[in-house]
Design a protein around this ligand. Sequence first.
Ligand code: IMP
Ligand code: MG
Length: 182
Amino acid sequence: MLPDGISKILISEEEIAQGVQRLANQISLDYSGKELVLVGVLKGAFIFLSDLAKRINIPVMIDFAVISSYGGATKSSGCVKISKEPDECVSGRHVIIVEDIVDTGLTLKLSNLAGKIRQAGAVDIRICSLLNKPDRRCTDIRPDYTGFDIPDKFVVGYGLDYNGLYRNLPYIGILEDKFYSK
Ligand code: IMP
Ligand code: MG
């Protein structure tokens, strides 16, 4: 039985594991012989980052950025702030920003996280997002590595929340329509 508020499972635990393994294989190949730092965007990317990092089979450093967007619970508000930037370990290294989902792209665009990592001396910067909602994109942000393209539905689980809840679900579920209006 599904928890209250979840209408269906969109991506099962097994499908997520396969998608994460595929991304880890590709990243391990692409960054072989390079110094790589994964920068996880908290809070949403914490589970994805951990599973992805475990499956990458080349040396890797891990850091975090905290970007908060405030305003609507199921829509990007357009107001974002970085409350923790990656530290100096990015200097002279290749960086992958690890996101839970890229929806409108406003969070990454307006926070200028990539610009700040570049200023800190990163050699190059790519984006790896577990989920991609291309229908709602209103910026030029495109993930370089995507786990799954998904339809324009509000999803939770595997790190993604609604009002702080559901992050601990092991799958990606669709939130019932009654929680949000389009
Ligand atoms: P964007 O700024 O619209 O690209 O959205 C980025 C952030 O909004 C994500 O990192 C999530 O925190 C949140 N978000 C967007 N869509 C969803 C969703 O379907 N479920 C949960 N959070 C979402
Ligand atoms: Mg997020």
